[in-house]
Design a protein around this ligand. Sequence first.
Ligand code: EPZ
Length: 427
Amino acid sequence: MEKFVIRGGKPLVGEVTISGAKNAAVAILPATILAADKCVIENLPCISDVAASVDILTAMGASVRVIDKHTLEVDTTHVTQTSVPDALSRAMRASYYFLGALLGRFGKATVAMPGGCNLGPRPIDQHLKAFSTLGAKDSVEYGMISVEADKLRGGEVFFDTVSVGATINAMLAAVMADGLTVLENVAKEPHIVDVANFLNTMGADVRGAGTDVIKIRGVRSMHGGTYSIIPDQIEAGTYMVAATITGGNILIKNVIPKHLEPITSKLEKAGATIEEFDDAVRVYRTVDIEPLNIKTMPHPGFPTDMQPLMTVLLTRARGTSIVTEGIWENRFRYVDELVHMGANIQVDGRVAVIEGVPELFPAPMRAPDLRAGAALILAALAAKGTSEVDDISHVERGYEDIVEKLRGVGADIRRVGKPEHALPQAL
Ligand code: EPZ
């Protein structure tokens, strides 16, 4: 098994370039099915979740041509399969986007039920509510969920919970439904807007993405085109915290500063200085880390995916911080690892109380999930001495070239052991 060996304790200084947004990529790749044509997707992050999406597309009958490390041409003209093979759909939680995309094009789809995940239960009732409003029936057999409609017709959906996945899946199913679909109480994350922009580039008529109400006028058919994915705001936030916790100075390039505002405002309160440029931010810290209260919320609130990273930062604050997880039931599983490093954190349900300590000590650690894995790497970089982070396949689901990028800003980090999952050569 592979692990990262990290010798921490020095400020990270230099430049890093942010990759395309994972959570946009894993929705846009399935969405190419709706085009029934050639789509060129640029700025794809080279991560294992993208590789898993490509494997599914290929299994469904799409031809995928690698143009360069971050660009694929996906031709979905000859997709005929509507059932995603069980093993492939279980390889990635976001495989549920194939439900909306296949339903939208063929009127039917079968995908493995997303199980509970290591953040807590992962219900899809809101996805199914939207499909049902559009006229689809669903059934579950042997752990596979099927949806089917004679004809999809537009309708009004009021989501009971603000859900990124349900908002995107509803858009995918509705773009070619008859008539008008109105989605209310939708998610507003930058990747929702990115998926809507992609769909519009391919001929759809989606309006209002980024606000609480999205209106979709069904079109008869869609077509191919070229689209470039937005930069990953959570990857950018990760390097922003890396600069802050190590007292370093990093120029973070290829970002949209507006998308980073919820993160920027908290980091500035914690003592970071952030300079914004057109498509870059510089982050450095010259003063002590101040304690904060944070509650994670749907966009434009503070993103849940940054929660473990901020908790790590606050272990070094001079005072008491409170971090409340507003989205997932079980997102503090990494805290025990931090306690082994000397952090002082008490967790009660969805609330963590963090008493800052002057120092973290190196330790062997295990990444319980993607963002927590990245957070433990930052903790190791802040601790003087050598730490190890195990189970790194979680991290590689969502961070392109994390070792190379961290080394580029002066980190002493190396990967040892045999890879568990080989990344395909181009992705
Ligand atoms: C997306 O998951 C992201 N994943 C997650 O990022 C992220 O944490 C999450 O949005 C919140 O921002 C992808 O985009 C692939 P939700 P998603 O539906 O869409 C409840 C990462 O690290 N809910 O917005 O699955 C649900 O239980 C990952 O990159 C229902 O009750 O999240 C949760 O409490 C981890 N019924 C809340 O809504 C439903 O039908 C938000 O979930 C759907 C969701």
